[in-house]
Design a protein around this ligand. Structure first.
Ligand code: GLA
Length: 733
């Protein structure tokens, strides 16, 4: 690598650079064409006559021997329509005549801000991965664009490594992982937005000229917008039509820009959020972007989420490619809030065990002087008043009840009322001499600092070493404010946006390596830190503090567009619900949570014998179909959104031997019956036996029939009333 770059450093002539013979791809004359094929997708790009890297094709898979012509830049239309701007560049530097979103923007030490990247070389690792090096036309800024296509799903992983080989530092003001282009057409953009207790709202809107910005400026992923998008062409819908989708694997401030240019072409650019960004790169240093994953399907939104979610299961999650089934947990938060103690938790553990729960999780309140959210964060030692003999007696009891033990932590935060803050007030994000905004009475530790990173790692490592802990619920209950890092020179302080998140990832990776049995949940006051970056280090997420079953149906629908059910924790809690006073039946609550990773989070001390019996029966039923529900292919048959009276999902195991069907009615109107549901994804020739998990099929429904019957004729469910649910399994005979 070093030798190849060295030979380029002095080269000012673009032609000389792209005239080199690439190691990969075909090329006509001096214009290489690169092609990646995977699943039902082909992604092709090449070098145009000026030397820029330009996208050529992204869509359904092309024939093996089809020839893709070399890239040709867009014609100049007028003095206002530059070719550099309108050419669908793979990774455009801000320079020349670029007015669309740049992938990379830098300022050189001499004040020059013009950056024009031309092809330099490429190296192919195997049929699925290629690195392409682009370089500024005169300065030694070298960007390696990494491409990797997944042969099964056709999902392309793209990222960029930016290197400074100039004699002086450069300031990176904007750095994307990748830009993806689509030709001119009518498109619909889908994205997920929310707020605390109102996460996972699916939004759909026509793409028009101009920019639609999805972003977080908050230092973490955020609940307001999620780094995922889908773009449907024409009248693409849930199960049909061309759909492109992508997800950015980054848990810090991020931005995805969806931009339609004046020629109606669309460009999606994603990476670090350029807002307040500044990364000083010394000579010889490099900056790695996050990875931006993107894929294509002609099976609509359902096809898009099935591809992405299978990819996440098999390539992203820490236990990929074969994640273990998630244990059914009990969590005591809604039952006890901060009033935990050995006796209180022990009593709940006995009741949880009686339900068939696999894992008992103690939430907030067990450490430091933590009696409410006013104190204690940062002091990760056991509160002696609540646990005079440490955690061991409780953990032993939990084990004796055949469950493993999990614990809540919030390691990146500190309450001003804590020993940690009293000892290290300089450890928080802050601008010296300025106010420090508190949220939930807490401040954010500057995890970018090596000493803070060490403290957090050591505290968690000690907890896991001294106690038999199988699971951490890793919480993060506020956004950044006043994000200063005053130990560094002024022009380096904004590195906090990168180094904080990198240190978080490295702590999680190191803890997992040292304690291989430990599983981790990503929580941020609910679903505030859910993205493919954190999911590389955490096994599941807490989608929302809102556990109301009706609200959860909509949230679960939104969530599954971007993330797999395997990661979607779903607790059954109490009725009436604390958030909205809604009353619902235990069966309904159980069935809603059984659509995800089932957990129990209610106050078991108040559950009736009948509630306990229903929960016990359905926990057992869940265990029998969990693999299909959490790791199968999901079909959203009826969406609960837009005031729908009904909702229904079906999940099919990858080998099509089992399907699980959930049906819910929110409130029957005008005596309507539940619509007949034509199932999807079964083997038409196979015979499937219908079994009830809960509820009844309509009279006359066969007990067994072909896949063709269930898919063409469909299944009718006897379901009416308010907040009612039913669930069935179909097993291939
Ligand atoms: C956050 C989490 C909750 C709970 C509390 C504890 O709000 O989302 O599930 O753990 O913190 O303080």
């Amino acid at each position: 690598m070093g030798v190849a770059f060295a030979s380029l450093l002095g080269s000012g002539a673009a032609a000389a650079a792209y005239g080199q013979t690439p190691n990969a791809g075909s090329h006509v004359g001096s214009q290489p064409v690169f092609r990646l094929d995977g699943g039902n997708t082909t992604y092709a790009f090449g070098v145009n006559e000026r030397g820029e890297l330009q996208q050529l094709y992204w869509g359904g898979r092309l024939g093996e021997h089809d020839v893709i012509d070399p890239a040709k830049s867009e014609d100049v239309l007028s003095g206002f329509d530059s070719s550099y701007n309108n050419t669908p560049q793979e990774y455009a530097g801000w320079g020349a005549e670029l007015y669309l979103e740049p992938a990379l923007k830098v300022t050189f030490a001499d004040g020059n801000r013009d950056l024009v990247l031309h092809y330099a070389s490429s190296s192919k690792h195997d049929d699925n991965s290629i690195d392409v090096v682009v370089k500024d036309i005169s300065r030694a800024v070298i960007v390696t664009l990494h491409y990797n296509i997944d042969p099964e799903s056709g999902i392309v992983a793209r990222s960029a490594t930016i290197e400074n080989h100039e004699p002086n530092p450069i300031m990176i003001e904007q750095a994307a992982a990748a830009a993806f282009s689509l030709p001119a057409a009518h498109y619909t953009l889908s994205y997920l937005s929310g707020r605390w207790a109102g996460e996972w709202t699916l939004n759909e809107e026509a793409i028009h000229q101009g920019q639609r910005v999805l972003e977080s400026r908050r230092g973490s992923t955020g609940v307001q917008l999620n780094p995922w998008f889908a773009i449907g062409k024409g009248n693409a819908g849930e199960e049909q039509g061309e759909t492109w989708f992508g997800a950015l694997a980054w848990s810090g401030s991020w931005r995805i820009t969806v931009e339609q240019d004046s020629l109606d072409k669309v460009r999606v650019t994603g990476g670090f959020n350029p807002f307040d960004f500044g990364y000083l790169l010394e000579p010889g240093e490099k900056l790695e972007s996050p990875v931006f994953y993107a894929g294509y399907t002609d099976h609509g939104m359902g096809g898009a989420s099935r591809l992405l979610n299978r990819f996440t299961l098999t390539h992203i999650l820490p236990q990929a490619p074969s994640p273990k089934l998630r244990p059914v947990i009990y969590n005591s938060w809604e039952a006890t809030q901060w009033n935990v103690s050995e006796a209180v938790e022990g009593a709940l553990a006995e009741k949880a065990a009686a339900l068939g729960v696999d894992r008992f999780v103690m939430d907030d309140g067990w450490f430091g002087q933590r009696k409410s959210d006013h104190a204690g964060l940062g002091d990760w030692y056991v509160n002696k008043e609540k646990f005079p003999n440490g955690l061991k007696p409780l953990i032993d009891k939990v084990h004796s009840l055949n469950m493993d033990f999990g614990l809540w932590v919030e390691p990146e935060m500190v309450n001003p009322d804590s020993d940690l803050y009293r000892n290290h007030p300089d450890w928080v994000l802050n601008f010296p001499g300025r106010p420090r905004s508190e949220d939930r009475n807490q401040l954010v530790l500057n995890l970018a600092r090596p000493d803070v990173r060490k403290y957090v790692f050591d505290a968690m490592d000690k907890l896991l070493t001294e106690n038999d802990i199988a699971f951490l619920k890793w919480d993060y209950n506020r956004n950044w404010s006043e994000p200063g890092w005053d130990q560094l020179p002024a022009n380096e302080q904004k590195k906090v946006y990168v180094e904080f998140t990198r240190n978080l990832y490295s702590i999680l990776a190191e803890l997992r390596a040292k304690h291989p049995g430990v599983e981790i949940e990503s929580c941020s006051g609910g679903g505030g830190r859910v993205d493919l970056g954190i999911l590389h280090y955490t096994d599941e997420v807490w989608p929302s503090d809102n556990t109301d079953p009706l609200d959860r149906l909509t949230q679960q629908d939104g969530f599954t567009h971007a993330y797999p059910v395997q990661t979607m924790a779903a607790w059954v809690t109490d009725s009436p619900h604390w958030l909205n006073s809604r009353t619902s039946l235990m069966t309904y609550r159980m069935l809603v949570s059984m659509q995800g990773v089932l957990g129990i989070g209610g106050n078991l001390n108040n559950w009736t014998n009948e509630d306990m019996a229903i929960a016990r029966r359905l926990v057992a039923a869940y265990h029998q179909v969990q693999k299909t529900v959490t790791q199968g292919d999901l079909y959203r048959l009826i969406s609960p959104t837009n005031g729908s009276e009904f909702s229904a999902t079906e999940t099919v195991s990858p080998d099509k031997s089992q399907a699980v069907f959930f049906a819910f009615v929110h409130s029957t109107q005008e005596g309507r019956s539940f619509p007949r549901s034509q199932l999807l994804g079964l083997d038409p020739k196979a015979i499937y036996a219908l079994g009830s998990i809960e509820g009844k099929a309509a009279e006359g429904t066969p007990t067994e029939a072909s896949g063709a019957w269930w898919m063409n004729h469909g299944i009718e469910v006897a379901l009416q009333g308010d907040f009612q649910g039913a669930a069935f399994r179909l097993d291939r005979k």
